[in-house]
Design a protein around this ligand. Structure first.
Ligand code: ZN
Ligand code: ZN
Length: 372
């Protein structure tokens, strides 16, 4: 057998090389356009997609939700959002251009507790919160830092950091950021002083953490944000401790209780101890209202201002959203177009239904007459 002729030496032709199509860079979400973001906490009762529709009808362009019942421990197995619901939610949110999407964690979660049973439960529940945020494509997950019954705050800070690590173990957080919220300072809660909130953030540098600052909590904790001078001092304090670049969301709530009361009571915008003038200063403050480039440098974002005001009577939510827009120069035309002149409350819907019944009965009477 002759040897294989030397001509069979393979020639390398670089056009033969397999080149996978480069993955297109993910689209910049519509909300990362540098525009003012005013949001409100909306209910997911009934259908999670409904929360998006409510936010839009109220004239908000951002929103906050609970991803599960906020005052109950989830009963086993129900941790995930059904895939079909998550897909519908993400598609509809994209259509409406709502963002950021903030998820507020369950109130029962206490990641700093010295109680072992509560701690294990809290870590599991917070893990599930993260999973649901990833299901929904949420941008931020807000959680209260928790409280220490025994008064050992230093241990509480370290325990919280360890609990956050454990809860996020094995999960790829992607663009999701966990925000620790400042508190009003009731009981043994952590994070009502900015120095402590900063310590909490610093205790866990390996996780994508940030801060959510609540105006009602600031006032209750003794920060004088209701005066022009006090606001400047408070912002300086935040900058020197937490750092304003770490503040991604501001909860805009008026306070039912005065300066330094150390309890958490939200009030309608302009009806509490902070007042309309102060909110105008807060919403338009160059430091708080500035637009910043996103981490990947492709979008522009502003801090979202999210309402968590009470609904004492029908229409309070719409009035509070309108109040915020009026302080920043009015509701943008595109957003105003989506807001019905009057939002129907469940009670009004019922009455409207009754009206339909009356009309029908008139018609019936008429048809009876015509038959005679
Ligand atoms: Zn809040
Ligand atoms: Zn609060």
């Amino acid at each position: 057998m002759p040897d294989t002729p030397p001509t069979s030496i393979l020639q390398y032709d670089d056009t033969d090389e397999y080149r996978p199509e480069p993955a297109p860079p993910p689209r910049v979400p519509a909300w990362q356009d540098g525009s003012i973001r005013i949001g409100i906490h909306t209910s997911i009762a009934g259908d999670i997609v409904g929360a998006l529709e409510i936010a839009q009808r109220l004239g908000a362009n951002a929103l906050q939700i609970f991803s599960t019942s906020p005052r109950m421990w989830p009963r086993g197995g129900g941790a995930r959002i059904a895939a079909a619901d998550a897909t519908r939610f993400k598609a509809r949110r994209d259509e409406l251009g709502l963002g950021p999407l903030v998820v507020h964690a369950n109130y029962l979660i206490n990641l700093a507790t010295p109680d072992r049973v509560l701690r294990v439960r809290s870590i599991q529940a917070f893990h599930d919160e993260i999973v649901r945020c990833l299901d929904l494509g949420a941008d931020f997950l807000v959680v209260h830092p928790g409280s220490v019954r025994d008064g050992d705050r230093k241990r509480g800070v370290l325990d919280l950091a360890e609990a956050l690590r454990q809860a996020s173990r094995g999960l790829k957080l992607g663009t999701l950021r966990i925000l620790l919220e400042n508190t009003a300072g009731q009981g043994g809660v952590l994070g009502w002083r900015m120095e402590e909130l900063a310590a909490l953030l610093d205790a866990c540098p390996e996780l994508p953490l940030g801060a959510c600052i609540d105006t009602a909590h600031l006032l209750a904790a003794g920060y004088e944000i209701h005066t022009a001078e006090g606001l400047e001092q408070t912002l300086q304090r935040i900058e020197q401790t937490v750092g304003l670049r770490r503040v991604h969301v501001v909860h805009i709530n008026d306070s039912r209780v005065p300066l330094g009361a150390r309890v958490d009571r939200h009030q309608h915008i302009g009806k509490g101890h902070i007042g309309l003038k102060a909110f105008k200063r807060i919403l338009n403050h160059p430091v708080l209202a500035a637009a910043n480039a996103t981490e990947d440098g492709r979008g522009m974002v502003r801090r979202a201002f999210i309402l968590e005001t009470p609904i004492d009577k029908p229409g309070d939510d719409l009035r509070n959203v309108r109040a915020l827009w009026s302080l920043v120069g009015g509701m943008p035309v595109g957003i105003a177009a989506a807001v019905p002149r009057k939002v129907k409350t469940p009670w009004e819907k019922k009455r409207a239904k009754g009206g339909v019944a009356r009309k029908r009965s008139k018609k019936t009477r008429r048809s009876r007459k015509s038959r005679k």
